[in-house]
Write a protein that binds this ligand. Structure first.
Ligand code: MRU
Length: 345
């Protein structure tokens, strides 16, 4: 499998990360400020990357992995002990497996090159470039699956969540570029509003027809025949094909089944976790309840009311029609098709 060539400086990729080699700084598009403000954060220390991932200045499974890889480079340049750097980065967010996948790649390079910062920088850039290339390849493989009409997506699995171009939104970009008449319904994605703030921002910027709905409107619109397919990204996919993704995804998959709609997942192979047998074994991040009781810092619930905040849920493999990767499209039974895509048994 050969991935397309990618120029990370290409503005059409909309990459949320930029490595500035001359100064050794990582620039991150601060996703907490979008869509109001396009603010780029210059990071020079690995602890700043740790904070940026935890606080979701950078988010989305592949982008988290790429940011962590650059974080290791910053740690090496600072002369920080690399096991400490890796441990701090690995404690940031538990569900997105791309984080641990990227750290393993960096650790292998650190071992082979005695922690040499230049070798680590080359590897981080390779991880970044390969992810954007994987998104372009996913677009090629996934676009033919989409029917004309309206595709519903949840959270943000776009350029902003990746090295550039996007997974689910990459497939949508490729389908639109191929001339498919397509509209996108974006769920707002409570509580962090990745759909309202990020998916709408990046699709508008790319001239793709997008309409915002609240999470609770999806079933109504499906029942009226206003949705033709559901397409989302993933944070971790178990060997069984069970998919962990943003909270609310499972409900959409159940609704899609009820209404006879295909439910597709697009994710790079770095999101496949064959070491985890089933979705029930995937660690689900619980975030602060204030992110639920408050909206943009403003309380929307009475003071003191307890609130739950599981940030992800698991969609069982039986509800997933296909998993689109850069190496091709996997169909059930996933226990067979996913290892084949990874070239393992
Ligand atoms: O909490 P987030 O914003 O990091 O969650 C992101 C998602 O759930 C995305 O759908 C997933 O990471 C796929 S990104 C290509």
């Amino acid at each position: 499998m050969t991935l397309p060539e990618v120029d990370l400086a290409d503005p059409a990729l909309l990459s949320p990360l930029r490595w500035e080699a001359e100064t050794g700084r990582l620039w991150l598009l601060d996703q907490r400020c979008l869509p109001a403000q396009e603010r780029w954060l210059p990071l020079a220390r690995y602890t700043e990357v740790v904070r940026a991932i935890s606080d979701m200045a950078v988010r989305g499974a592949p982008a988290i992995g790429i940011a962590a890889a650059y974080g290791v480079v910053l740690g090496a340049r600072e002369g920080a002990p690399l096991p400490e750097v890796m441990a701090a980065l690995s404690r940031t967010r538990p569900t997105a497996v791309n984080l641990f996948w990227a750290l393993r790649r960096m650790e292998a390079v650190a071992r082979a090159h005695g922690g040499d910062a230049a070798a680590l920088e080359r590897e981080a850039l390779a991880i970044h470039r390969e992810d954007a290339a994987a998104c372009l390849a996913m677009g090629r493989h996934g676009a033919p699956l989409l029917p004309p009409g309206t595709v519903l997506t949840h959270c943000n699995a776009g350029a902003l969540a990746t090295g550039g171009y996007g997974t689910a939104l990459g497939v949508i970009r490729a389908a639109v570029a191929a001339g498919l008449p397509l509209r996108v319904l974006a769920t707002e994605t409570r509580p962090f509003l990745q759909g309202a703030r990020l998916t709408c921002w990046e699709l508008q910027k790319s001239g793709i027809d997008v309409t915002l709905i609240t999470d609770g409107m999806a079933g109504h619109l499906m029942a009226r025949g206003e949705v033709q397919a559901v397409l989302v990204g993933a944070d971790r996919i178990a060997r069984s094909g069970d998919v962990a993704n943003k909270i609310g995804t499972y409900s959409l998959a159940v609704l899609a089944r009820e209404h006879g709609l295909p439910f597709y997942v697009a994710a790079p192979r770095s999101t496949l976790d064959l070491a985890t047998a089933r979705g029930a074994d995937i660690p689900i991040e619980e975030r602060a309840s204030e992110e639920v009781t408050h909206l943009g810092g403003v309380p929307v619930a009475p003071p003191g009311v307890p609130a739950r905040h599981p940030a992800f849920d698991v969609t069982p493999a039986r509800l997933v029609a296909a998993i689109i990767t850069e190496a091709g499209v996997a169909r059930p039974p996933y226990e067979e098709s996913l290892p084949r895509l990874l070239g393992v048994n």
